[in-house]
Design a protein around this ligand. Structure first.
Ligand SMILES: [Zn+2]
Ligand SMILES: [Zn+2]
Length: 344
């Protein structure tokens, strides 16, 4: 496990920072990568991604957080086809994120449940990343927002500049100062879950890519595809070589090759030659910065899909306590809540 924080890169243009490889970390041994796979499979993030790892679902959630409630409104806002929309709304209702409301003589509308509303901080983490590292096309998950709008913290009246910190010690959280710990029951339960998800990875790949337009922002392409996000998570756990990724994710050679190519095209992985003609893959700085999104996915998945009984604990190595992520306003240092953020 890596215990040192990322060195400061302030002063460099963000595009240049994004393209740089992240500092070296220990390569994964076979044992540690198997253990990483167990951690990954046991986390709430794996369950969340099985359910939500679909670009249309993420787009619909963004649309719902911006206040859209109607079938025709979703079509206008996202360009989704009627058949795909009906399918995704049904999935969101079945998973408990959405409820359909229909009064006699009126069109049906859709409302986020508490479980759906709680997904807000996942989208906030995505917005924070995309506004700093991505194309800026992910819109803030708030009503009345604007693309690339600076989030205002209504409690203090200043730009929030959301920062992910540890709720216990208040330190900024990075990928390098946390450790996942898993119990045996979780490993078993998650193995069943991933066997199901892994039955036909190409089916999900085709579905998520064939129906989406080319203008998807970076994160929709990563988290809208279950296997792209698995490869990213494995890289965050220390996978470097093709064999490492294969071990850590269980993805077949063909689909894995395509994921590695796509993540390079997105600027998240950088190939580096080693042992003659072979390549290994390193995370760029922009990729390392996606870590809070993974943490939020785990938190949300643990709460709503594991009934709060997560088999995995993520420990913050700086304070030694189980990590609870908190979004903090950089100006007033107070916690950010869904109700106290405004995008204008
Ligand atoms: Zn801490
Ligand atoms: Zn504030």
């Amino acid at each position: 496990m890596i215990k040192s924080p990322l060195p400061s890169v302030s002063g460099l243009p963000e595009a240049a920072q994004a393209a740089q490889a992240a500092p070296d970390r220990e390569g994964g041994s076979a044992a540690s990568l198997v253990s990483s796979r167990r951690q990954l499979q046991a986390s709430g993030a794996a369950r969340a991604l099985d359910l939500l790892g679909d670009a249309w679902i993420l787009r619909l959630l963004r649309s719902l957080f911006r206040g859209q409630r109607r079938f025709s409104g979703f079509i206008e806002e996202t360009g989704i086809s009627r058949a795909v929309l009906a399918n995704r709304l049904e999935r969101l209702c079945a998973a408990g994120l959405l409820r359909r409301d229909e009064s006699p003589g009126r069109h049906a509308f859709y409302l986020l449940t508490d479980c759906g509303l709680d997904f807000w901080s996942v989208l906030l983490a995505m917005w924070q990343w995309e506004s700093r590292w991505g194309t800026g096309l992910v819109k803030p998950p708030m009503p009345h927002d604007r693309p690339r709008g600076e989030p205002m913290h209504t409690t203090c009246g200043h730009a929030a500049d959301p920062r992910p910190v540890c709720a216990c010690c208040g330190e900024l959280v990075t990928a390098f100062d946390t450790r996942g710990e898993i119990d045996a029951a979780g490993a078993h339960a998650s193995a069943c879950l991933v066997a199901e998800a892994g039955a036909d990875p190409e089916r999900r790949f085709r579905q998520s890519h064939s129906t989406c337009r080319d203008d998807l922002p970076t994160l929709m392409r990563v988290y809208g595809d279950r296997w792209n996000s698995s490869v990213m998570a494995a890289a965050l756990q220390g996978a470097r070589t093709f064999t490492d990724f294969s071990e850590a994710t269980g993805i077949g050679a063909g689909p894995l090759t395509r994921r590695l190519q796509e993540l390079q095209a997105l600027g998240l992985l950088r190939p580096r030659a080693y042992a003659g003609s072979r390549s290994e893959y390193r995370l760029t700085r922009s990729a390392v910065a996606t870590f809070p999104i993974t943490l939020e996915m785990i938190r949300w998945g643990d709460r709503w899909l594991w009934n709060g009984q997560s088999p995995m604990t993520i420990r913050h190595l700086r304070c030694g306590q189980p990590l609870r992520l908190r979004w903090q306003c950089a100006h007033c240092q107070r916690g950010l809540e869904r109700q106290t953020l405004r995008f204008d």
